[in-house]
Design a protein. Sequence first.
Length: 323
Amino acid sequence: MTWLITGGAGYIGAHVARIMADAGERVIALDDLSAGVPHRLPTDIPLIQGSSLDGELLKRTFAEHTVTGVVHLAARKQVGESVAQPTHYYQENVGGLATLLEAVAEAGIERFLFSSSAAVYGNPDVDLITEDTPCAPMSPYGETKLTGEWLVRAAGRAHGIATVCLRYFNVAGAAAPELADTGVFNVVPMVFDRLTRDEAPRIFGDDYPTPDGTCVRDYIHVADLAEAHLAAARRLTAAGATGDLTVNIGRGEGVSVRELVTLIGEVTGDTRPAIVEPRRPGDAPRAVASAALAAKELGWTARRGVREMVESAWRGWRLHHGG
């Protein structure tokens, strides 16, 4: 098997590329480097600079490297940015996927793994979100991911492509410091950034109907997420693999924002109290996955806890930001 990983030099993409290569898969990375970092990838993984919107580049790449499967991670992913720039998000996330699937079908590739998101669910009032929980995304970003799932399944049915869609919950941590998230968009690096600038962390709202009044989330270590991709790829390459599968990728355990900030203080040694600010529009009180289907269908279960996520992320933060 030869897998093309779009977004392969990104935070998640590099983790997926490495674990698949270490497992004996032949891996090619495609990345436009808008957020990707080339040195995240080992030298034996070819990196092609370009976009999934470039159909001719995709066709050449598929032919030159004899690609037999695709892992599609490349996408814009900031909720607030998607609200401000919805047409850009639809062009990049849906348009890029459509171009990619056209090239996949033309090349006769029969295996496709799609990076989706828990954002497709919106704000469900349930203790555990299952794959049958109704989808009602609350942002253009979430809409593009749900539309992407529909498109992947439709293309799979039309062209005989076996597909898997993985709905990620909140990703954190690093398998190695050099692979850490270098952006300041997710909650853990956002708190690190505040502390590094000698500012108190912020909590948006402490009056939610949760045990401590702050939002509860399901956090997944990026190394566990990468292992889920490998499990999904192996499912796609199993004898007689057909049809489509959509599964949540989470731990099935909730951690409140206040609990997370307290843990970050323990790990960093900076235990100053958080500043409570008003709620942000659209934040669900609770979003925790049911991970039962992933265990059943992929034989995959998350193995790493939240402390390991924070400690590994902190090592990466210090490598990239000093201290």
